[in-house]
Design a protein around this ligand. Structure first.
Ligand code: MN
Ligand code: MN
Length: 476
């Protein structure tokens, strides 16, 4: 298959659309640097676009109507947006699923310590990272501290102009003879990814004994003052260190975007944007979609999709069951059967990023089966590692349907594998949903420097992803 560079055939109006999407995506990235922040963005967006909470809607017990918009979220970290279609739910959903968690550095439950007059956050990294990439960068702290009284204190430090940042230090080159001889995996060890947060001791008052850990004491007093939190409150906190700063145009030609967390927010956002387009059509008197459309935003993909908010949880299935209970068919058939039919008849785009071919590391890729940035959304039939182990190997007939739909809407797509056979591998949420017997294929944006603190994508691929998801929602 010949790959085509999207930029070569964009019209003036395409180029305007590319810029419009790219700037609203960058705003999404700046407001959503954690899964919780992404879910609150999605909740605000849903409210603005006429979505009702599924929990409110089920209390009504009246049948679903085509064109209805419903949102369900779980623990503030995963979300499902439904636009109800004309067909009964037993015919399945058109499901675009992306994840909104990204690799980062999490604070431990007892994080604050002092050593030689410096205070640190003790950490445990989250997801697959090259640890050496995370030193000497400005880091911001995002997250929540849940208090015993039931209140939740949101925290963001290091993003506003004038905010302080924190960070992880590295050894000076002058003393690095031993460090430089280590394998890259050992240059910076997991336990050394601790974040320097303070160096000033509390003031010593006359007659008082000096605090045992004066720097820690002082920095904790600042946190108490600003957020009303005590040291013990870290026990019930979820605080994440992420690269501080905003997404920005990348390249002298502004053709790319550099940002933290493209994986996988660059697929999550186009799904939202595609829904926005569908709703605009609906609001202008257009028809509801044939099939019910779902945009799903998963948490915990980077650590195996586990837990109550990962794709392995029953959250998605539970929302489907609630919807099916409101569906007409459930009046005639056993509810369990309607749910099972709905799940098995569902068509899924597992919207997750792929690797972009990098000429500087050409030997890691197979030239005829790699994705190039700017050459469109990439369809990945299988992921996995070492002989496709753990892959969802998408069905050929389903791929043929996808090709037909994308070609009909002139969406520029390419196909790829992550990299050379037996060099490594990776997974997505595809295999989890496929377990229902659903048709699933991975389909996302190629990324350069994936999982690095600052990743790069092409604006053109962002646009083609949006167009692909829209074509899928409308025509699958
Ligand atoms: Mn991903
Ligand atoms: Mn990833």
């Amino acid at each position: 298959m010949a790959q085509k560079n999207s930029w070569e055939f964009y019209t003036e109006s395409d180029l305007q659309e590319v810029e419009k999407l790219s700037s609203s995506y960058q705003d999404f990235l700046n407001r959503g640097k954690t899964e919780r922040e992404c879910v609150s963005y999605i909740e605000d967006w849903a409210e603005k676009h006429g979505f009702r909470k599924l929990s409110d809607r089920i209390a009504e017990r009246s049948p679903l109507k085509a064109g209805e918009r419903l949102i369900a979220t779980h623990m503030g970290k995963t979300a499902a947006l439904y636009i109800i279609g004309k067909n009964a739910l037993e015919h399945g959903l058109n499901y675009v699923g992306a994840h909104i968690d990204s690799p980062r550095i999490d604070l431990k439950q007892n994080p604050v310590y002092e050593d030689m007059g410096m205070a640190y956050f003790d950490t445990h990294y989250y997801g697959g990272v090259k640890k050496y990439q995370w030193v000497t960068l400005p880091l911001a702290i995002h997250g929540v501290v849940a208090l015993k009284d039931g209140s939740v204190v949101p925290v963001v430090i290091g993003e506003e102009e004038g905010d302080p940042v924190v960070g992880i230090t590295d050894l000076l080159i002058h003393l690095s003879q031993e460090q430089m001889e280590k394998a890259a995996a050992k240059v910076i060890e997991g336990e050394s990814l601790d974040i320097l947060i303070a160096s000033r001791p509390s003031a010593k008052k006359d007659g008082e004994e000096a605090a045992k850990e004066p720097v820690k004491t002082y920095v904790l007093s600042l946190l108490k003052e600003k957020y009303g939190i005590e040291e013990d409150d870290f026990i019930s906190a979820e605080l994440e260190a992420v690269p501080a700063g905003k997404a920005r145009d990348f390249g002298l030609d502004r053709s790319m975007i550099m940002a933290y967390g493209h994986d996988d927010r660059c697929c999550a956002y186009p799904a939202l944007y595609a829904m926005e387009q569908m709703l605009a059509d609906l609001d202008q008197g257009g028809d509801a979609p044939e099939k019910t459309c779902l945009a799903f935003f998963a948490d915990k993909e980077e650590i195996g999709s586990v837990g109550a908010t990962g794709s392995h949880s029953h959250f998605f299935e539970n929302t489907v069951a609630e919807l099916c209970a409101l569906d007409d068919a459930a009046q005639k058939l056993p509810l369990e059967l309607v749910i099972r039919r709905c799940l098995q008849n569902t068509c899924v785009l597992s919207a997750d990023v792929s690797s972009g071919f990098d000429p500087l590391y050409a030997s890691a890729f197979a030239k005829n089966n790699c994705a190039r940035i700017g050459y469109g959304i990439s369809i990945v039939k299988y992921t996995g590692a070492r002989g496709k182990s753990s892959a969802n190997d998408a069905n050929a007939e389903y791929l043929a349907q996808i090709r037909r739909i994308l070609d009909a809407e002139h969406v520029n797509f390419q196909t790829s594998e992550l990299g050379r056979v037996d060099l490594g591998g990776g997974g997505t949420i595809a295999y989890i949903i496929a377990a229902y017997g659903a048709q699933v294929v991975d389909c996302g944006i190629p990324v350069l420097s994936m999982h690095a603190p600052w990743e790069v994508i092409s604006k053109a691929d962002l646009y083609e992803a949006y167009r692909a998801y829209l074509a899928f929602y409308k025509n699958m």
